[in-house]
Design a protein around this ligand. Structure first.
Ligand SMILES: Cc1cc2nc3c(=O)[nH]c(=O)nc-3n(C[C@H](O)[C@H](O)[C@H](O)COP(=O)(O)OP(=O)(O)OC[C@H]3O[C@@H](n4cnc5c(N)ncnc54)[C@H](O)[C@@H]3O)c2cc1C
Length: 296
């Protein structure tokens, strides 16, 4: 390996995820600069499986862990700079920090990031959004490395965004992004963010070990307008338990690890719900949580 960065072998991944489950990565690389990451990728054998994780707020790592190399960007990728109505953020910066920095600078349009507990890399991969705002609406361009370590500048259009997804190749890594909002009043932006946080605290188990929305909302034309939580409620699965995994009592579409759940418990809970919703309503729920790695 040339260049710097930290390389760990047989590295536990559960501590890096919100759900706190799952096995180890064969190799975990933690770069702190784009040059370290690029040099590492250029040296990596072409047949080595490669994946990337953010801060694991949308991730279910299976109990057998992840084969090959997993990349997690270090704090060197956490910078945030404001210029005019634009914000440039490293991919490890937290969505909430980007929203707050924009707010302080009087930039409106990025308030929705305040309540999304992920990193900017995860936001671009997932087209993260909430309360009427989405990544695709505010992204100007992203800097991305391909698996050979080559740098690409991609526009929002080139990211191929749709509901909770992008068409970025799975082994390409976002290293930074530029967002644009409009001029706004810092006090009003602050009030809007406080409102978003209050709504979340009232309706979501944000202090639990969770992965956010378990399933994407189905196309309303196929579900008679019902969202995922309404379908889960309708089959009586709010609060359903498998092992130590549970559908939240507070928000029927959030699954939580009550403490000792395995990834297999969580996945079985979700698959049981998919089956029951399909049987009762003919609607196929699609996982929003990314399930990665091998079963035990
Ligand atoms: C309490 C709670 C509330 C949530 N509310 C919302 C919400 O309102 N709206 C919403 O959209 N989401 C929500 N989420 C889900 C989650 O926060 C978002 O999907 C977030 O964007 C994931 O970011 P992450 O850094 O945690 O990514 P991870 O969960 O680590 O990874 C998610 C995906 O992103 C990819 N990825 C991560 N970093 C990079 C990178 N640098 N380059 C390329 N790919 C990368 C991973 O490979 C994986 O496919 C919520 C989650 C929780 C726990």
């Amino acid at each position: 390996m040339s260049g710097g960065g930290k390389l760990l072998t047989d590295a536990p991944l559960a501590p890096y995820t919100w759900l706190r489950v799952g096995g180890p990565a064969d190799r975990l690389f933690l770069p702190n600069t784009e040059a370290e990451l690029s040099a590492f990728l250029a040296d990596m054998p072409a047949d080595e499986p490669l994946s990337v994780i953010g801060i694991g707020s949308n991730l279910l790592v299976r109990d057998g862990g992840i084969r090959g190399t997993v990349i997690r960007l270090g704090s060197g990728f956490g910078t945030i700079e404001v210029e005019g109505c634009r914000v440039r953020a490293g991919a490890a910066a937290l969505d909430a920090s980007v929203a707050k920095a924009a707010g302080r600078a009087g930039i409106t349009g990025l308030e929705f990031y305040r309540g999304i507990p992920g990193s900017i890399g995860g936001a671009l991969r997932m087209n993260a959004g909430a309360y009427g705002g989405e990544t695709k609406d505010v992204l100007v361009e992203a800097t991305v490395l391909d698996r050979r370590g080559n740098r690409h500048l991609m526009t929002a259009e080139e990211m191929g965004f749709s509901y909770r997804r992008s068409s970025l190749p799975p082994d390409w890594i976002v290293v930074s992004a530029v967002f644009e909002g409009q001029e706004g009043d810092p006090a009003r932006i602050e009030a809007r963010m406080a409102d978003i946080m209050a709504k979340r605290e009232a309706t979501q188990p944000i202090k639990s070990r969770t992965g956010g929305s378990t399933f994407k909302n189905p196309d309303p034309s196929r579900s008679e307008g019902r969202s995922s939580w309404q379908l889960i409620d309708a089959i009586g699965a709010r609060g359903r338990v498998v092992g130590d995994a549970q559908m939240s009592d507070l928000h029927a579409n959030f699954m939580i690890n009550r403490g000792a759940a395995t990834a297999a418990d969580l996945e079985a809970l979700g698959e049981g719900i998919r089956r029951d919703v399909k049987d009762r309503f003919g609607v196929e729920l699609e996982w929003e949580i990314k399930r990665v790695g091998d079963p035990q």
